[in-house]
Design a binder for this molecule. Structure first.
Ligand code: CP
Ligand code: NVA
Length: 300
């Protein structure tokens, strides 16, 4: 199977991935190894610290191996068709985790790949991030159903899209808080609303009121650098700082997928403060990616 969107998984399948993660985390994952020496190709068009290293470490941890390829050093950068690249990669490796600019490119890669393709971030989605985020929420709050999860800032970004699909699928209410002139992606909003509640606010106080989770991400996503000044101006009022956290429930937890731009979308006192679970979130990527690999490669 391919994992391009979090909506490629049913709620039952997401829970199966969480159960595999639990077994590994509790030290009951001894039998959870790849049956044969499997090789994962990480094909990345954009920078990465966490996703790259955690996928490589995850493969190591479940008895596999990986190779990292900067896509700019491949013939993709010289115009070789994605479809031809997909055909060839499948001859050498057992799965591909790709980080690509265009979601349409990863769809093309998957269409022509005879081995599983995992989305390691595109312009539209970051499903592996959403899975480890939701796993972290479940761990911290004892469940996901009925929680109020508020995303502040660039509410049209990949992490917002994947989080709203995954969270509504698991029964949480989602709140998107961003500038009036900055709309969520209409397709993702429609899909998420068909699964559950998604409210959109432009006022931080109103949007964050009653939130169990506040989620922040960069104002300037990879590939959007030419819009940096305009984005910083537009999202300025959506910084997750002490005042913003004060609008939410006393028990609120603050999340950030990282990398953080301290003093921009989040302040250091909040990111490093007692309500932040951003570091647990980052740590869980390794655990949940092991479970994703086992699940997608059909070994669990
Ligand atoms: N959160 C995340 O995907 O981080 P990287 O860009 O470092 O992989
Ligand atoms: N929205 C961010 C996520 C980084 C993990 C980006 O695409 O750059």
């Amino acid at each position: 199977m391919h994992l391009l969107s979090i909506n490629d998984l049913s709620a039952k399948e997401i829970n199966s991935i969480f159960e595999i993660s639990d077994r590994i985390s509790l030290g009951r994952g001894k039998g959870l190894m790849l049956g044969r020496k499997a090789l994962l190709c990480l094909l990345f068009e954009k920078a990465s610290t966490r996703t790259r290293v955690s996928f490589e470490a995850a493969m190591c941890g479940i008895g596999g191996d990986s190779i990292y390829i900067d896509a700019s050093t491949t013939h993709i950068s010289r115009g070789e068709a994605i479809s031809d690249t997909a055909r060839v990669l499948g001859m050498y490796v057992n799965a591909v985790a790709a980080r690509m600019y265009l979601h349409s490119d990863i769809k093309e890669l998957a269409k022509y790949s005879k081995v599983p393709v995992i989305n390691a971030l595109t312009d539209l989605e970051h499903p592996c991030q959403a899975l480890s985020d939701l796993y972290t929420i479940r761990e911290k709050k004892g469940g996901i159903k009925g929680l109020r999860i508020a995303f502040a800032g660039d509410i049209a970004t990949n992490t917002a899209n994947s989080l709203m699909l995954g969270a509504t699928k698991l029964g949480a209410d989602v709140v998107l808080v961003g500038p009036k002139s900055w709309k969520p992606n209409p397709d993702y909003l429609k899909k998420a609303r068909s699964q559950g509640s998604v409210e959109v606010y432009s006022d931080m106080r109103e949007g964050l009121c009653g939130a169990d989770i506040i989620y922040a991400d960069t104002f300037v996503s990879m590939g959007k650098e030419s819009e940096a000044a305009e984005r910083r101006r537009l999202f300025k009022g959506y910084q997750v700082n002490r005042k913003a956290v004060g609008y939410a429930k006393k028990t609120v937890s603050v999340m950030h997928c990282l990398p953080a731009h301290r003093g921009e979308e989040i302040t250091s006192d909040v990111l490093d403060g007692r309500q932040s679970i951003a570091w647990e979130q980052a740590a869980n990527k390794l655990l949940v990616e092991k479970a994703i690999l086992l699940y997608v490669m059909g070994k669990a």
